[in-house]
Design a protein around this ligand. Sequence first.
Ligand SMILES: Cc1cc2nc3c(=O)[nH]c(=O)nc-3n(C[C@H](O)[C@H](O)[C@H](O)COP(=O)(O)O)c2cc1C
Length: 124
Amino acid sequence: MALYQLIYSSIPTRILSDHELEELLNTSRDANSKHGITGMLICFKSLYVQLIEGEDTEIKQLYNKLLVDNRHYRVQTLKEGKIDKRQFPDWTMGFERKEVSPEEQKESLDVFADKSLSLLSLLR
Ligand SMILES: Cc1cc2nc3c(=O)[nH]c(=O)nc-3n(C[C@H](O)[C@H](O)[C@H](O)COP(=O)(O)O)c2cc1C
């Protein structure tokens, strides 16, 4: 089995309510566990950053769906490629909601204590 990892960013079409977000996470986690996909979604004020990892065909299939999902736009691949092992093996979809912009987050000294930021550090 070829493991593949993809990180993308996108812009929310509109801010989802807590309820809508919870629903999105629940369905995503169910689907991801069926398809052997793990990862992490960070939801900033006006930006999503998501890491998905799993079998390459599964990741490409999910990405094709993500590309046409009208809850976000300007979906942009930041990094992709084969991996030897998963970054988030235990998370069907880890989630972090940030009330700040990515720039503010980067400046915060607390970021290194925050597990979700290990995703952003992959992009450096
Ligand atoms: C920011 C964002 C993250 C998403 N993450 C996932 C995900 O990790 N797994 C998933 O199955 N769907 C995810 N979705 C939903 C997919 O875009 C799509 O709606 C879903 O896979 C449709 O599945 P279906 O065609 O089987 O109904 C996400 C959507 C958004 C807007």
